[in-house]
Design a protein around this ligand. Structure first.
Ligand code: HEC
Length: 123
């Protein structure tokens, strides 16, 4: 006969469960951060009305298509020689195209400003 108190049957299991929940939470936070990083990588970084067409181009497009918009042969197309219609090029800009990221979260008026600026480079 023993008067020793036996530990609650599942105390060990409880500790493990807490640890497991901790690990799962950390994983979720980690995945969330990665997703956030991807989602914000190419996010709009200007305020409404902050940038004109030239400013938009300089901030978002120039690093690939170059300051003169002639691009880099074999890598980034020459925007001034593009055969796309205005609608088609706008669609490429908003949804992205192959190696080009999407710029779909601008303010509606920004796209017109950008296109007017690109048109002005053609002359
Ligand atoms: C990370 C580099 C990069 C950035 C930044 C970028 N582009 Fe592009 N762009 C590309 C690549 C690469 C292509 C070619 C995609 C393909 O293979 O069809 C392309 C294609 C295009 C096309 C289609 C041209 C054609 O004739 O098919 C347009 C229009 C365009 N880009 C405009 C823009 C504008 C406007 C911006 C800024 C808002 C921009 N791009 C930012 C890399 C980039």
């Amino acid at each position: 006969m023993s008067d020793q108190e036996s530990p609650p049957a599942n105390s060990g299991g409880f500790g493990k469960k807490v640890a497991l929940i901790g690990v799962v939470l950390l994983l979720l936070v980690g995945i969330g951060l990665i997703g956030h990083h991807h989602a914000t990588r190419n996010k709009r970084s200007h305020e409404k009305g902050e940038l004109n067409g030239e400013g938009l181009y300089a901030r978002y497009c120039m690093r690939c298509h170059q300051a003169d918009a002639h691009g880099v042969a074999g890598r980034y197309p020459d925007l001034l020689a593009s055969k796309l219609s205005e609608e088609e090029s706008l669609a490429s800009i908003k949804t992205g195209k192959a190696a080009m990221p999407a710029f779909g979260d601008w303010f509606p008026e920004d796209y017109g400003l950008l296109q007017t600026y690109l048109q002005s480079l053609k002359k």
